[in-house]
Write a protein that binds this ligand. Structure first.
Ligand SMILES: NC(=O)c1ccc[n+]([C@@H]2O[C@H](COP(=O)([O-])OP(=O)(O)OC[C@H]3O[C@@H](n4cnc5c(N)ncnc54)[C@H](OP(=O)(O)O)[C@@H]3O)[C@@H](O)[C@H]2O)c1
Length: 364
């Protein structure tokens, strides 16, 4: 059993802790929290030993009746692997503590690439992290791009990818984030950091990204254009993506017209916290014009890096191959949305199904 310490128990950390619990070969050694708030109470309720991320605040835990097992140093000493899910930049400050104990550490995408020996996405470069002392799981957007571009590059060769990322303004619990009523090019410079970040896990796939922020908390949405070396039929692309365990091809007949219904579908499916660990690619959006492939995909920012973090733990510990780890993670989490009917892109009659908004059809 790998004992995994989770430092930072917020949006990502709490999901990672639950995902660790779901694995047959891992257990939660403890979680480190800074504030004695509702998330700390949840961690205690779930039986995760609590550690103080900031020893100066330990008194507030005691005052709330929350028992502390120690601090981050103690957690690093007692864990086989640490997953650091603290806010951007804090992981870099914590790195020396993990290294001092010789405890391998998984960092998150808010950190600069040089926080770890290797940047990581299981589909792209699992093997590079095997036996390393540290890995950085790339950000939610970068993870989704790497998952999509890796199989496309293998099957058809990617000459160049251009992606517009419509990014959620904040997570549901981030009351202080915006924009509230705006559409903001962010960053205003091109490319955004996401394209170069893909290069840390897929160095041979050229991709330029443009970023915007919009006032939603649900998911990111990517408008994707990939120039391929060997152009396929659209159905070949759908078949390829349907074969990827961490891509859900969303058929038109479901009537899922946006991120809102995707999240509703996840809740209906009984997903914990309504999480969607998979890239959600609209099957009807897949189109090929000459050598250019187009599609839309939605990315659940709160959860797509969670299975990657689990795989990164096994890679650092050297306890599984890429195929073994991905299969084990996916099975334990319940990855894969089953839509109960064949023909993701075609309706029962074999004609393309187009589900529009408010009754609009493709002819409108
Ligand atoms: N949220 C996303 O959409 C998303 C997606 C992919 C990757 N990431 C990356 O994942 C990492 C974590 O992001 P998040 O969204 O999960 O952040 P978050 O929700 O703000 O959670 C951060 C956690 O770290 C704790 N913390 C704060 N300061 C700390 C410190 N000095 N030492 C130890 N712990 C501290 C916080 O505790 P308190 O609440 O008690 O202060 C909280 O439990 C970042 O690198 C981020 O870029 C985030």
């Amino acid at each position: 059993m790998l004992r995994v310490g989770v430092v930072g128990y917020g949006t990502i950390g709490k999901r990672v802790a639950d995902a660790v619990t779901a694995q047959p070969d891992m257990t939660v050694a403890g979680v480190a929290k800074r504030s004695a708030n509702y998330e700390a109470a949840t961690a205690a309720e779930r039986g995760y030993p609590l550690y103080a991320a900031d020893p100066d605040r330990a008194g507030s835990f005691r005052a709330a009746g929350l028992v502390l097992a120690g601090d981050v140093d103690d957690l690093a000493a007692g864990a086989d692997v640490i997953v650091d899910a603290t806010p951007a930049g804090v992981g870099a400050e914590n790195a020396a503590t993990y290294a001092a104990h010789g405890t391998p550490a998984v960092f998150q995408g808010g950190e600069a690439a040089d926080v770890a020996e290797v940047s990581f996405c299981a589909r792209a470069n699992y093997d590079e992290a095997v036996g390393a002392a540290s890995a950085r799981v790339v950000s939610c957007n970068t993870t989704a791009l790497a998952r999509l571009l890796a199989p496309l590059d293998e099957a058809f060769g990617v000459e160049k990818a251009r992606v517009t990322l419509v990014r959620r303004g904040g997570d549901p619990a981030q009351t202080g984030r915006g924009p509230i009523n705006d559409v903001v090019p962010n960053p205003i410079t091109v490319p955004s950091h996401h394209g170069p970040d893909v290069g840390t896990v897929l160095p041979d796939v050229p991709v330029d990204t443009l970023g915007l922020k919009v006032p939603v908390t649900l998911m990111h949405t990517h408008g994707v254009n990939v120039t391929l070396e060997r152009p396929p039929e659209a159905d070949e692309v759908r078949d390829l993506l349907a074969g990827e365990s961490r891509i859900a091809l969303v058929p038109g007949w479901l009537g899922v017209d946006g991120a809102g219904k995707l999240k509703d579908l996840a809740l209906d499916a009984g997903r914990p916290r309504g999480d969607l660990w998979e890239n959600c690619v609209w099957a009807d959006s897949v189109a090929v014009r000459d050598r250019d492939l187009y599609c839309f995909q939605a990315v659940h920012q709160e959860s797509d890096v969670v299975p990657e973090s689990i795989d990164a733990v096994r890679a650092l510990a050297g306890t599984a191959t890429a195929a073994e780890s991905v299969a084990r993670t996916d099975a334990a989490l319940g990855m894969g949305l089953s839509f109960g009917a064949p023909g993701y892109g075609d309706g029962p009659t074999g004609r393309p199904v187009s589900v529009g908004v408010d009754g609009a059809t493709a002819d409108d």
